[in-house]
Design a protein around this ligand. Structure first.
Ligand code: NAD
Length: 462
């Protein structure tokens, strides 16, 4: 038996970042992971591999649609699926090995196997039991399905199976117009599939600023994705060669079917805490299976903490990372803290969509008076040069104080641009602060500044 200051269960972005910060702060740390490789869902079957396929398929799109316009002639590349998957797996490999290196560098023990907590202060991995002053549950989440739909990871797949298909689909039905459905749906659209997205709500991307969601849907439609909104999927039936998706239109109760060779189920994720023994320990959970924690990530059982997807809040890798750092700091006697008002969200389609802070709908609900500064990428020289004029930056600022309350961007590199606003919001900046900051020309960032100018005396290029 070995004794640690901290044992983190789970090595996803929440867990591994937490373990590294604990070690950096002088705590003797171990991390339990049952997968063959470190990094959790994000590095192995989530954020990172999907970004590789998004990059590869976008490159193909550029070659098919924009190369000739730029005077680049020659044979358009075709898809070598085996090689594309090998490239994706190589990216995974580099990233997961990177975490292994960081564990060694920071003297963190990787306890290989699935962990459970037989009693407070103890973690069992395989036949061995280890002691820890603090145990941190960072076991993440797992994809869920809906009644009548059985995921076989071959024809009916979750995001995990969608990253390992035997071949790119010809006819793909995506259930759920959330982040996963739209990112992977656009990958396979660009690789030549006919893609139909069936969504329960009457709009895509729940929680997104409504105007931005509408504009995003228009953009995806232009790219050839078909949407069936307000439709609840009832069941998916499969034969050896094809799947039949039955859905019901919520307004009329009318039923219809769609044929597909692949169905992606992207209807959300649920916290994953199976096998930890939390029930026997008496750890308080919510009805939806989330571990309940206080403001310091402590559960109701002394010495047991939880972070990331298995507690409340958005299921985002970077939210988990920040919680991981915060709880490490708290355990080391420092003032760990996460500003939940400034957590960006990014959808990595092309163009990207990024947002932070309040949506217009939230501000209206709160009865706040606000102003809107908008700027289209059509007025941005760099975007024009790069065929990336489709998109807009929208900044929401307090009508009286000019303080930035939120920002919603569709456009090139939106996932990078949003961080200027995150920093500004962290410092309590006004839109005028961004408007008065010199921005290099020609950059996409100028569009952010122009939107800030639009909150005041007006943008220059529109
Ligand atoms: P989601 O919750 O974002 O979207 C699921 C969608 O499925 C919703 O719009 C819902 O209305 C719809 N739906 C549910 N039941 C349905 C039915 N019977 N018929 C039709 N539609 C139905 O879930 P997701 O896209 O699976 O993502 C899961 C989590 O992972 C989210 O929290 C997401 O933020 C996170 N994630 C984030 C990123 C990123 O940040 N880029 C990438 C991947 C996943």
């Amino acid at each position: 038996m070995s004794a640690y200051d901290v044992i983190v269960i789970g090595s996803g972005p929440g867990g591994y970042v937490c373990a590294i910060r604990c070690a950096q702060l002088g705590l003797k740390t171990a991390c339990v992971e049952g997968r063959e490789t470190l990094g959790g869902t994000c590095l192995n079957v989530g954020c990172i591999p999907s970004k590789a396929l998004l990059h590869a398929s976008h490159s193909l799109h550029e070659a098919e649609h924009n190369f000739v316009r730029m005077g680049l002639k020659g044979k358009t590349p075709s898809v070598d699926w085996k090689q594309m998957l090998a490239y994706k797996n190589d990216v995974i490999d580099q990233n997961t090995k990177g975490i292994e290196f960081l564990f060694k560098k920071n003297k963190i023990d990787w306890l290989k196997g699935w962990g459970s907590i037989p009693e407070p202060g103890k973690v069992k991995v395989g036949d061995e039991t280890h002691e820890a002053k603090a145990i941190i549950i960072a076991t993440g989440s797992d994809s869920t399905s809906i009644p009548g739909v059985e995921v076989d990871e071959k024809m009916v797949v979750s995001s995990t199976g969608a990253l390992e298909l035997a071949k790119p689909p010809k006819k793909l039905v995506v259930i759920g117009a959330g982040v996963i459905g739209l990112e992977l749906g656009s990958v396979y659209k660009r690789l030549g599939a006919e893609v139909t997205v069936v969504e329960f709500l009457d709009h895509i991307t729940p929680g997104m600023d409504a105007g931005t969601a509408k504009a995003f849907q228009r953009t995806l439609k232009k790219q050839g994705l078909t949407f069936i909104l307000g439709a609840a999927v009832q069941k998916v039936e499969t034969t050896r060669t094809k799947a039949k998706v039955t859905y019901k239109l919520r307004k009329t109760d009318e039923e219809a079917t769609l044929d597909a060779d692949t169905v992606l189920v992207a209807t959300g994720r649920a916290p994953f805490t199976d096998g930890l023994g939390l029930e026997a320990l008496g750890v308080t959970m919510s009805d939806r299976g989330m571990v309940q924690t206080d403001g310091h990530y402590a559960t109701n059982i002394k010495g047991i903490y939880a972070i990331g997807d298995c507690i409340d809040g958005p299921m985002l890798a970077h939210k988990a990372e920040d919680e991981g750092m915060a709880v490490a700091e708290i355990l080391a006697g420092k003032a760990g803290h996460v500003n939940y008002g400034v957590i960006p969200g990014v959808i990595y389609t092309h163009p990207e969509v990024a947002s932070v802070g309040a949506t217009e709908e939230v501000l209206k609900d709160q009865g706040r008076s606000y102003k809107v500064g908008k700027f289209s990428f059509m007025g941005n020289g760099r975007a024009k040069a790069n065929f990336a004029g489709d998109g807009v930056v929208k900044i929401l600022a307090d009508a009286e104080t000019d303080r930035i309350l939120g920002c919603h961007i569709i456009g090139p590199a939106a996932g990078e641009l949003i961080h200027e606003i995150c920093v500004a919001m962290e410092f309590g900046a006004a839109a005028e602060d961004i408007a008065r900051t010199c921005h290099a020309h020609p950059t996409y960032s100028e569009a952010v500044r122009e939107a800030a100018l639009a909150c005041g005396d007006g943008p220059i290029h529109s």
